[in-house]
Design a protein around this ligand. Structure first.
Ligand SMILES: *Cc1c(COP(=O)(O)O)cnc(C)c1O
Length: 340
């Protein structure tokens, strides 16, 4: 049940964070992209600019999740993801900064390598740069099984490992994402507008779950719209609702499950495989706003937003925010597949 009308910022203050993410991230107008598309006024919330290790949305989550690790006395951080996972690269970055060993389950086979440089460049290179211990495992569809196995092995060896789930999507990671809403509420008020919607790409669901709960508390007229990039929109929506319920409990809030929106149709042929609309969005963001999107997540997210604008979802006098969730290092691992 919703509690008193305590402001979102006060509710979030109960959750300690490391302070390693560079927050608040900027909220910037996208005037040239707006003019090009001829639709609503477009803004970008720069969660690609959270700083450490090339930044991205997982840093905002890790600021809270790894505070929990440190406060519990963990001596090793364990996580995982596909070869070009931005999530595990950000885990590796924070672990390096904290001086903790980092073990990562690197899943192979969720997609066929789209380029010769896929296995070694981009995030895969940065994981090595940050000194993570990489464990190559086959993709089975269970995102967390191999991470849990690593945790068990390290415990047997007498370590105190801390489990960071795929995508850093647990309840604390979702709570962390409500902070984006607290920032946007202040920034949009200063710029004199109320956003009609916040649009972003949704995968392991923690980002959208946190945004939904934050918006339910402090921006109830702003719609949160997740673009499915996993080609599993029903699974993504179920996970968003589940995590949002848990985060709402912790934040003493309520939200309308019927209004949770995960948009299908923009994931391309499969997870991690960019298609023409993705490449158009990446090119457009680069050439109109000098923003660096990626072919797995943010490029598909913007492709979804562009499609909704072209379908006339918003009037020209409305304001819509694109949440840039990061991912730029993956661009280099896909360079030869993009034709740019
Ligand atoms: C992980 C990721 C997302 C998706 O966020 P979730 O919380 O997993 O839904 C979006 N964009 C980028 C660049 C990511 O790395």
């Amino acid at each position: 049940m919703p509690g008193d009308r305590k402001p979102l910022i006060d509710r979030l203050a109960a959750f300690p964070r490391l302070g390693l993410a560079n927050l608040p991230t900027p909220l910037e107008p996208m005037k040239r992209l707006t003019a090009h598309l001829g639709g609503p006024r477009l803004w970008v919330k720069r969660d690609d600019a959270t700083g450490l290790g090339f930044g991205g949305n997982k840093l905002r989550k890790l600021d809270y999740v790894l505070h929990d690790a440190v406060s519990k006395g963990a001596d090793t951080i364990v996580s995982g993801g596909v070869v070009q996972s931005n999530s595990q690269r950000q885990v590796a970055a924070v672990a390096a900064k904290l001086g903790l060993p980092c073990h990562l389950a690197v899943y192979h086979g969720r997609l066929a390598p789209p380029t010769p440089e896929y296995e070694t460049s981009g995030n895969a290179f940065l994981n090595r740069l940050f000194g993570a211990h990489l464990h190559d495992v086959p993709w089975t569809g269970d995102r967390n099984a191999a991470i849990r196995t690593l945790v068990d092995d390290l415990r047997t060896k007498g370590r105190k490992p801390y489990f960071v789930p795929y995508g850093v999507s647990n309840v604390l990671g979702a709570v962390a994402y409500a902070t984006t809403i607290a920032e946007i509420a202040q920034q949009a008020a200063l710029s004199g507008f109320k956003p009609s919607a916040i649009v972003h790409c949704s995968g392991s669901a923690g980002t959208q779950a946190g945004l939904i709960v934050g918006a339910a508390i402090s921006m109830p007229d702003t719609k949160v719209i997740g673009i499915d990039i996993d080609a599993e929109p029903a699974r993504v929506r179920t996970d968003v609702v589940g995590l949002a319920r848990q985060a709402a409990d912790l934040l003493d809030a309520d939200f309308d499950e019927a209004l949770v929106e995960v948009v299908a149709g923009h994931a391309g042929p499969a997870y991690g495989v960019p298609h023409a609309a993705t490449i158009e969005a990446i090119r457009l963001a680069g050439q109109t706003e000098a923003l660096v999107l990626d072919p797995v997540y943010s490029g598909k997210g913007l492709a979804g937003l562009i499609a909704m604008i072209r379908m006339g979802r918003w009037r020209n006098d409305e304001d819509v925010i694109f949440l840039h969730t990061g991912g730029a290092p993956a661009l280099f691992a896909y360079q030869s597949a993009l034709g740019i």
